[in-house]
Design a protein around this ligand. Structure first.
Ligand code: SUG
Length: 421
């Protein structure tokens, strides 16, 4: 069986908008109320998928969830709202959020070589800290059960109970000699972030590790630095990313950086830890540019490439550090900037937009895998039916709801997927 890393990108849903719903996510707050461009956003997302496919990598996708979410509007008694009440407007915006596009928060994934039963385990993330995200997991788990229905190879778990916040793969990293070899799983949790919430709880991470049947000797539970959360690193993947033997991290990502690096090296002697010092890239620049919200990928040549947002390439401190790293023959050999500006304006970089699953592609439902021809077909659906722009003041408008629901239905139809709700 050929185990490879498959990146499943979230499709940018037709209701993509800037409602400012995520406290602690600086981009979401600073762009609140701006007009969004869902069609351009979805095409940017597809552009990234095509780019990575062109690198010779296996690429998958997940469909957007039903928005506006009738189940949430019903449950909150919000089918008719008092538009003068900002709290009601905000809850209604939650039901319209296209946030499921950030599939790094869909689930935590432990590939087959790491688990007791030799299957790849996925646990949907409950996302309870943010109301607009907490509605995702029941539909997400249905989608995961379709994509990974082959029960000899996969086990898909419901989210852990809502008593502990779980944000999925955004707070989880895996290091290993190669994707198909047994790995060291790193679960990063928050304790406090000052004025901002710590979204990942230690006990949620520990529950996921137990559910996946991981060997405790091959797991580390690592506290995120409170100052990183307070500075806007609402998920660990804003300040660190790992691939195979390489951990690429900002020096202020973890509460105990040296203890963390030592513990990793003890368990994985071949680990290479690339630390970016604050003297080269400040924590503020790292968070603003999303340097670490990158896809660190093993290319078919065996070299590692770093897919970064254009914003990172455009920031002088970040570019200077990257050029120095390449010149010094560091483990990242290629820097590959992509344009995902519409998603970035809501705090979602290249890494947020994908869920990594190490598996044999032949065991995955082919409706969730992409090739060039399918990307072109999907682009045609987007061009024909995704709204060009959305002003957050228009959320709730009947004609917009019809257009958004119709656009998603056209996509599901093209992908031959059933309704997920
Ligand atoms: O949960 N933004 C998302 C961004 C998720 C990024 N994911 C990772 N780091 N893996 C969030 O904060 C903004 C929605 C709004 O404000 O309209 C939002 O949900």
């Amino acid at each position: 069986m050929a185990l490879v890393e498959i990146n499943f990108d979230g499709f940018v849903g037709p209701s993509h908008n800037y409602a400012g719903l995520s406290l602690g996510n600086l981009a979401s707050s600073s762009n609140a109320g701006e007009v969004s461009y869902p069609r351009a956003a979805a095409l940017q997302g597809l552009g990234k998928m095509r780019h990575n496919l062109g690198l010779g990598l296996t690429q998958g996708l997940f469909a957007p969830l039903p928005r506006p979410n009738p189940a949430l509007l019903d449950a909150l008694g919000l089918n008719a709202i008092d538009a003068a009440d900002p709290a009601q407007r905000r809850l209604r915006a939650a039901a319209w959020s296209a946030s499921a596009m950030w599939t790094a928060n869909a689930a935590t994934v432990s590939p087959a070589p790491d688990t007791a039963d030799g299957r790849c385990h996925l646990t949907a993330a409950n996302l309870v800290t943010m109301p607009h995200r907490s509605q995702e997991w029941p539909d997400t788990v249905r989608q995961l059960r379709l994509a990974f229905a082959h029960s000899a190879h996969f086990a898909v778990h419901d989210a852990v109970p809502a008593c502990f916040g779980d944000e999925g793969a955004a707070n989880h990293m895996r290091m290993c000699a190669s994707h198909g070899a047994p790995g060291l799983e790193l679960f990063v949790y928050g304790t406090t972030g000052g004025a901002f919430p710590a979204r990942q709880h230690e006990q949620a991470s520990r529950a996921v590790a137990r559910l996946h049947g991981l060997n405790p000797a091959h797991c580390l539970f690592i506290a995120q630095a409170p100052e990183a959360i307070a500075a806007g690193a609402f998920h660990n993947d804003v300040v660190a990313v790992a691939n195979e033997r390489v951990l690429f991290t900002h020096e202020q990502a973890f509460a105990d950086p040296d203890g963390t690096y030592t513990a990793i090296r003890e368990r994985l002697p071949e680990a290479e830890i690339v630390v970016v010092p604050a003297s080269a890239v400040s924590l503020a620049d790292a968070i603003k540019s999303y340097l670490f919200n990158a896809q660190l990928l093993t290319l078919p040549s065996g070299e590692m490439g770093l897919v970064i947002p254009l914003e990172a390439w455009e920031m002088p401190s970040v570019r200077g550090w990257l050029e120095g790293h390449i010149a010094s023959n560091g483990p990242i050999r290629r820097v590959l900037p992509v344009d995902v500006r519409q998603s970035m304006a809501n705090g979602g970089g290249p890494a947020c937009l994908r869920l990594r699953v190490v598996a044999d592609p032949a065991t995955v439902d082919p409706r969730f895998l992409l090739d060039e021809a399918k990307i072109a077909q999907v682009e045609a659906v987007v061009a024909a039916s995704w709204p060009e722009q959305i002003d957050p003041l228009d959320l709730g408008r009947e004609s917009l709801a019809r257009s958004v629901i119709g656009a998603r239905a056209a996509l599901l139809d093209m992908l031959q997927l059933p309704e997920l709700a």
